[in-house]
Design a protein around this ligand. Structure first.
Ligand code: ASP
Length: 329
């Protein structure tokens, strides 16, 4: 086979269970994430050689529970630099599943290039029986090598499905079909070398996004509402200098009265407060379960973790029209 005409795909490894290792092949929960190097991950998938020419880089080797905003900045800038190269046709990022949805959404809103960017991961470590990483990696490279994937924003290829970074979320602690896009559904499928898109995400992303990664990130934290919630955490965050608070509210973004009082005071002190929901699917209606007009809060359709990403980006950009931003992205 003449491989010189194959697309050239950059694989950027950051760690995660896909690069996890355990002493025993029967172990799928007790293992160390992010310890297997990118070359070894690629060696486990000989079939990659007939899909793409690979350029590999080890960006980090972490358990994604430890992902940082500083690493997001490094990653986004490296991806854009690679996409600007004529000899790179797309980028794949290997990542842990725990915070994959946050990194994917951050990149969706900050990477400017239109070439495919695809994240993938695994639920089982590379040493496990029936490890899911090798096939997920092959499928991610297959999607990144597909012209059809260009211009669709950052994608997540996992368990034969293709998700938009905006909507995908981890929904299971152990199963290999851990990712879902609640309400909106998958964008398409990848199987046996065939990439099939069925829909696109219509909200702005990549080159159409107004956001960029920052060198200094504003402090934005998440507070949950629940029965008997107190105001201790909100008060502590305000005292610590938080610029933004996302509320993982009950139901349609409703908040305990005690929390509501504390948040209203936080808004008066200049803290941006966004209402999201802890429910896992569905949106939060502005002026629905709480009066955003009276409280000075913002309501959005993102889950709390993605709402935090958008609020960080908006505050880093100096934006003050936060409801427009949450209605747009
Ligand atoms: N803790 C791991 C990580 O996020 C879990 C995984 O990758 O599945 O890095």
């Amino acid at each position: 086979m003449n491989t010189s005409s194959l697309p050239r795909i950059a694989v950027l490894a950051t760690g995660g269970t896909i690069a996890g290792s355990a002493g025993d092949a029967s172990k799928t929960a007790g293992y160390k994430a992010g310890v297997v190097g990118v070359d070894k991950l690629l060696d486990a998938v000989p079939a990659l050689g007939s899909v793409a020419r690979i350029h590999a880089e080890q960006i980090a080797g972490i358990d994604s529970k430890d992902m940082s905003a500083a690493l997001w900045t490094t990653l986004a800038r490296r991806i854009d630099a690679l996409l600007a190269q004529d000899d790179i046709d797309g980028v794949v990022v290997t990542h842990g599943t725990d915070t994959l949805e946050e990194t994917a959404y951050l990149l969706h809103l900050t990477v400017k290039g239109a070439k495919p960017v695809v994240l993938t991961a695994a639920m089982r470590p590379s040493t496990a029986l029936s490890a899911d990483g090798p096939l997920n990696l092959l499928n991610a490279v297959t999607v990144a090598a597909s012209k059809d994937a260009a211009g669709k924003g950052v994608l997540v290829a996992f368990n034969n499905q293709i998700h938009s970074a905006r909507d995908v979320t981890k929904t299971n602690t152990y199963a290999v079909d851990a990712f879902r896009s609640p309400e909106s559904g998958v964008l398409g499928f990848v199987q046996d070398g065939r990439v099939e898109f069925q829909r696109v995400a219509v909200r702005p992303h990549t080159g159409a996004s107004e956001f960029a990664v920052a060198d200094q990130w504003p402090m934005v934290e998440i507070v949950a509402s629940y029965a008997d919630a107190s105001r201790v955490m909100v008060d502590a965050l305000v005292a610590a200098g938080a610029r933004g608070i996302v509320v993982a509210g009950t139901g349609n973004g409703s908040m305990h009265a005690t929390l509501t009082q504390a948040l209203a005071e936080a808004v008066k002190r200049g803290v941006a407060v966004v209402r999201a929901s802890r429910v896992g699917s569905g949106h939060v209606m502005r002026n629905g379960a709480a009066s955003d007009d009276a409280l000075g809060t913002v309501a959005g359709t993102l889950n709390p973790y993605k709402a935090r990403v958008l609020l960080m980006l908006a505050l880093a950009a100096g934006a003050n029209d936060l409801q427009r931003i949450f209605d747009t992205y």
